[in-house]
Design a protein around this ligand. Sequence first.
Ligand code: PRP
Length: 214
Amino acid sequence: MIKLALTKGRIEKKAIEILRCCGYDMSDLDDKGRKLLFNCPSNNGDDDLQIVLAKAADVITYVEHGTCDVGFVGRDTIMEMGGDFYEVIDLNFGICRFALAGIKDKDFYAGYGHKVIATKYPNVTKKFFAAKDIDCEIVKIEGSVELAPILGLADAIVDIVETGATLKENGLDVYEDVAYISARCIANSAAIKLKNCELNKFFKKIEAEVQASK
Ligand code: PRP
């Protein structure tokens, strides 16, 4: 049995689709209600999957601790949290970007004072500005970060941009791209050694599906 921690929400649907194409019976997730653990037997005699639905940061925690062998999680969370695991496959879905954004038509870099940046991703933001040698104060926000520049809490935000609709509908615009994001398959370092054969088979199937859906 392979235990997979899957990030709830944004990447869940496409991940289930890929796993179904890999020959797993994903019907346990069809009508999932409030359930969090799912059994997904293999249709072709390979190891069965057990899926744990969790928040992105917890996917990393479960994989780091070896509670789960593998995880599907966005590169945004990997960049923010880091951790001790292998990043095995770029799943090529859940594609979006980190961007520096703020009030449309404002010159963000004008003036000499330090900048105040609101974000859910303080580590990513710190690194981005440190590389530019720009002094900034980071205000940690838990959600709807777009409110911060509108309400005057921050000069700009560093946040995920997918379609750009949230920025546009709130009178904001991208000033600069920060990083490319997609969903990744990560693996526990010990599991890679102990379940080498099973996991390699699993990775090959996933990789083939990722290539096929390109
Ligand atoms: C994310 C992000 C933006 C939005 C971007 O928020 O923080 O708000 O999606 O997507 P778009 O470019 O397609 O409009 P999420 O939906 O994860 O919720 P949150 O605001 O509660 O973090």
